[in-house]
Design a protein around this ligand. Structure first.
Ligand SMILES: Cc1ncc(COP(=O)(O)O)c(C=O)c1O
Length: 453
């Protein structure tokens, strides 16, 4: 009997999040105040985030306990299954053994509720009544809408306009959970109006939507902002994925030689990879870790490692990260969750340290990989996850060429049930690849702030 999936009972749900800061040889450079150029303190972040999340943002404790209330909700879909992709292995005729952790079983259909529930919880216990956020693919907005419904919080979501138009059913899901959804750029904020005045046809970007959400959140005392990726505490919450995967890989009698994840802001990648990277940094087990990003928005492979704003209107602190420039508006590829100009400081730092690798893949190769995967494994992946699958197929074919039976683990971070228009466009031959030209890079990077350079 060939085992296909490795399941954990609810009592194996991790009791704490894993904080990679404890194992890093050096910490990433601190966020800076845009006006003073000095490191920001907790008080600077207090108008945007609850104090418990700010503490997590700067913590260097290796483990941070997951509150019981959060674990109780996680149990609705966690622990998530780990699959062995036996049919994919056979189709590729590879000696590699391929495993995937499937986060699409969550209520929103991706890894995003792992942090949405935690963020909603900490906001609720600190007396916050309303949360404002941005969403690209709609996965994060759906997750926060779901978490807000559970904790009785109002949720407002600025949804990148191109996704708002591509994915009307994501909007319907958010509204069903009780959230209010606004296409971004909108006329509701000064940031949105400024963009529309200059570019009336703007398709939006995560950078613009973040500006709108931050602006609204800072206006009211009972309102806070929530971010679905990039920040240390968001990556921290996602480490339940990798911790579960470590136990499941042990059940399978294997340990990964390569871990692969797609990267938008870096959170699902961190979720699967950080616990394994921790073991590597502690000298316990070596492995390679590969981040896969879209060629149309290649922050890790073509961006500059520099201090930059997290948003387009420059309302956020400056963080040191791989960036394409905060004014960069990526082409409207269907992997909306990967259309972010920057990258998590922790992921950027690991790339600089040489602990992880990064590659960029074109849209058509990722959809070909996703369709092949669906036909073999049955699960229709989110377009973001297709990037990880395309990276895995490349690795598996390399193993075949080199005659190596390596173990490959990847994060299948979400399903694509709300992305069927993208698959229809792909099947109809309407999708195309985008080359990100050096002139575009230079133009966007010319606007980088000089502070902390
Ligand atoms: C399914 C899915 N995967 C990946 C991402 C990218 O975000 P991150 O890099 O933080 O995982 C998103 C973001 O919206 C997403 O919805």
């Amino acid at each position: 009997m060939e085992t296909v999936k490795y399941l954990l009972s609810e009592d194996r749900l991790p009791e704490s999040w894993y904080n990679i800061a404890a194992d890093l040889p050096s910490l990433p450079p601190p966020p800076l105040h845009p006006a003073t150029g000095q490191p920001i303190g907790p008080a600077d972040l207090a108008p945007l985030f609850p104090m418990e999340l700010i503490k997590q943002e700067v913590s260097t404790e290796r483990t941070i306990p997951i509150p019981d209330e959060v674990r109780a909700i996680y149990r609705q879909w966690r622990p998530t299954p780990l699959f062995r992709a036996r049919r994919l292995e056979r189709a590729l005729d590879t000696p590699a053994r391929i495993y995937y952790k499937y986060e699409g079983v969550s209520p929103a259909g991706s890894h995003k509720p792992n942090t949405a529930v935690a963020q909603a919880y900490y906001n609720k216990i600190e007396g916050v009544r309303r949360l404002v956020t941005e969403t690209g693919a709609g996965q994060w907005g759906s997750s926060l809408a779901f978490a807000g419904a559970l904790f009785g919080l109002e949720v407002e979501v600025f949804m990148v306009k191109v996704s708002y138009n591509q994915k009307p059913y994501r909007r319907a899901l958010m509204e069903t959970y009780g959230a209010r959804v606004i296409a971004s750029p909108s006329t509701e904020t000064a940031s949105g109006r400024a963009i529309l005045a200059e570019h009336p046809d703007s398709t939006g970007s995560l950078g613009i939507a973040i500006s709108e959400a931050v602006e609204v959140a800072a206006q009211r005392d009972d309102t806070r902002y929530a971010l679905g990726s990039v920040l240390n505490h968001v990556l921290l919450h996602q480490t339940v994925i990798g911790q579960e995967a470590m136990i499941q890989m042990e059940m399978a009698g294997d340990y990964p030689d390569v871990v692969v994840g797609c990267t938008g802001g870096g959170s699902n990648f961190a979720g699967i990879a950080f616990p394994f990277i921790g073991a590597k940094l502690r000298g316990e087990r070596p492995l390679r870790v590969v981040a896969v990003e879209p060629a149309a928005c290649p922050s890790l492979t073509k961006g500059k490692y520099a201090y930059d704003y997290g948003d387009t209107a420059h309302l956020t602190p400056l963080v040191k990260m791989h960036t394409l420039g905060s004014t960069f508006v990526p082409p409207g590829i269907h992997a909306g969750g990967l259309r972010y100009h920057g990258m998590a400081p922790l992921v950027s730092h690991l790339l600089e340290l040489g602990v992880i690798e990064a590659i960029a893949i074109q849209q058509l190769e990722t959809f070909a990989a996703g369709v092949q995967f669906a036909r073999l494994e049955g699960i229709l992946p989110a377009p973001e996850a297709n990037h990880a699958i395309a990276g895995v197929i490349r690795e598996a074919l390399r193993c075949k060429e080199e005659g190596k039976s390596e173990v490959i683990l990847f994060n299948l971070c979400g399903h694509g049930h709300f992305d069927l228009q993208a698959y229809m466009d792909y099947q109809a031959g309407k999708l195309r690849d985008y080359e990100y030209s050096d002139a575009e890079v230079a133009m966007a990077l010319a606007g980088l702030p000089s502070v902390g350079a």
